[in-house]
Design a binder for this molecule. Structure first.
Ligand code: ATP
Ligand code: MG
Length: 504
């Protein structure tokens, strides 16, 4: 029979409380970057019902500051003291379904990750504001969790924004050793570097909180008074974006929502839209699942350990996945809210959804080739053709391409031998490797070549078609859809204008 557990008495134990000096320093190492630390403060502002959040960077060399102010519900003095406590709430507690928090740590860990001193001032509209300040050096001197009741005298100017509102909160970071250590206020390079970090923060907030900012009357975030425009990873307002489903997965009576999107082919976007859609990390890294918890983005594109690599030809696949905050344990959500891992039982279903989306994305990625093939019913527009034999791929130069055809006609043996040699030695593995390591780095056909070289080639191919009795109007149409001239419509046009001029 199992022995019953008998709870030990206090007198049988030693008290081993954490040392304030060392513990407070350890709170700094939660793995935040500056943008994710600021996002953690914005989480709190959003749950406090803020309609506006201002992030202000103030340059002052080593005395630079960053503050986050909101017009949310604010905190009473009592609530503020509790909010400043590391572990202000038990992670096991049930949270409001809209709460973006979990651990009762974010305010402290995010702030300490960037600075040695942070001050919070808050007001609820009923009483005057309350202020509390953690200073790591002061804690270290006393080795006690002593929370200061005042902001530093010189810090008052940073609370001016808050004084315009009846309610709200400002979190002020000072002594930002992780951001501006050793920086000189008069050094222009140092100043530029500090301001350069603003852009990264703006982009991060635009991405993480885009769903809160989309639509009128929604949350507004300002970074140094510039309004942050939401970054929608799915380009939902583009006509060519395809939503290929709307799935609900039940997991222990909790609802997970999955909406797979395939983004438009590059030819369907303006260059500006294409660049913006690439996001902070670039097209290739931004493919995969976008995990949202209460509409707040945790993971901006990842195949979630489903044994799927990020490949160039899947880069148009982006899948929205929504989880409620009741699944934090199952999804292994951490304090920084930048990781999520699906429970094992969901892997099969998620993999299936990912497979279908990736297949569609790869079809669209190769769309240009298919459009060309459709536009010309005859198969001689491609220079290269992929073939398969006994389950192995190999590459052949298209003998029906007008230029090849003409060359074969005049010097059949040597041209055929040359083609065979080139075909047999195509460095396909090297090309594939380079493409996966360094996507978007292969030059396109005739990239950077002088227009004259391409025009001469167009002219040569046109003549080859005419010689082999292709009607002129058909030859013109084929030129437009033929590789590599389909990438140079303006040169084909120039050639045709010249041709018409010569014929007149
Ligand atoms: N800007 C704010 N406005 C109103 N209340 C706030 C604000 N910031 C923090 N709080 C209060 O302080 C508490 C502690 O915040 P903190 O970020 O440390 O933990 P959390 O949000 O509860 O959980 P997590 O560690 O997951 O972020 C919050 O639960 C909230 O009640
Ligand atoms: Mg929080």
């Amino acid at each position: 029979m199992a022995t019953k557990y008998k709870e030990p008495q206090e007198k049988q134990c030693d008290l081993a409380e954490p040392h304030a000096a060392s513990m407070s320093e350890s709170l700094r190492a939660f793995g935040y970057e500056l943008p994710s630390a600021i996002a953690d403060l914005v989480d709190n502002s959003i749950f406090a019902g803020a309609k506006n959040v201002w992030v202000d960077f103030n340059w002052g060399g080593e005395n630079s500051t960053i503050s986050v102010t909101d017009d949310g519900c604010g905190m009473s003095e009592e609530r503020l003291i509790n909010a400043m406590r590391p572990g202000s709430r038990n992670p096991l507690e049930n949270r409001d379904p809209k709460d973006l928090g979990r651990y009762g740590l974010g305010l402290k860990t995010a702030s300490f990750s960037q600075c040695r001193r942070f001050t919070v001032r808050s007001k609820t509209g009923i009483k005057k504001s309350a202020t509390r300040c953690w200073d790591l050096d002061f804690i270290a001197t006393k080795n006690k969790w002593l929370l200061l009741r005042e902001a530093g005298e010189k810090s008052e100017i940073y609370f001016q924004r808050l004084s315009n509102f009846g309610q709200g909160t400002t979190v002020l970071w000072e002594q930002m050793d992780r951001v501006v250590k050793g920086q000189n206020v008069d050094d222009e390079n140092h100043k530029r570097f500090f301001h350069g970090r603003i852009e990264g923060v703006e982009k991060h907030l635009a991405m993480v909180f885009h769903r809160f900012m989309e639509g009128t009357g929604r949350l507004k975030i300002f970074v140094n008074n510039n309004k942050v425009e939401p970054w929608d990873p799915f380009l939902k307002s583009e006509k060519a974006t395809q939503q290929i489903g709307d799935e609900r997965i039940m997991h222990f009576q909790k609802d997970i929502k999955v909406i797979p999107y395939v983004l438009p082919h590059i030819s369907k976007l303006t260059p500006e839209k294409h660049v913006r859609a690439a996001g902070l990390r670039g097209w290739n890294l931004h493919q995969g699942f976008y995990v949202y918890r209460n509409e707040r983005l945790l993971v901006p594109g990842d195949w979630l350990g489903l044994s799927m690599a990020k490949e160039e030809h899947f880069k148009l696949a982006r899948i929205q996945l929504d989880i409620p905050n009741t699944m934090d344990q199952e999804w292994e959500i951490d304090v920084t809210k930048s990781k999520a891992r699906p429970p094992d039982v969901l892997r099969k279903e998620l993999k299936y959804i990912a497979d279908v989306t990736r297949k569609r994305a790869s079809d669209i990625y190769r769309h240009r080739g298919r459009v060309i093939a459709r536009a010309s019913s005859q198969g001689y527009v491609f220079v290269w053709q992929q073939k398969a034999k006994h389950g192995k791929y190999f590459y052949r130069v298209n003998r029906d391409h007008p230029l090849i055809k003409q060359a074969l006609k005049t010097h059949e043996k040597i041209v055929e031998q040359l083609l065979r040699m080139v075909e047999e030695t195509v460095p396909a593995p090297l090309v594939a490797l380079t493409n996966s390591e360094d996507p978007d780095k292969h030059s396109t056909p005739f990239e950077g070549a002088p227009s004259k070289e391409i025009l001469d080639l167009i002219s040569q191919v046109y003549r080859a078609m005419v010689i082999s009795k292709v009607p002129r109007s058909t030859a013109v149409e084929r030129l437009r859809v033929m590789e590599p001239f389909d990438s140079y419509p303006e040169l084909v046009q120039a050639f045709l204008e010249q041709l018409n001029g010569d014929e007149e």
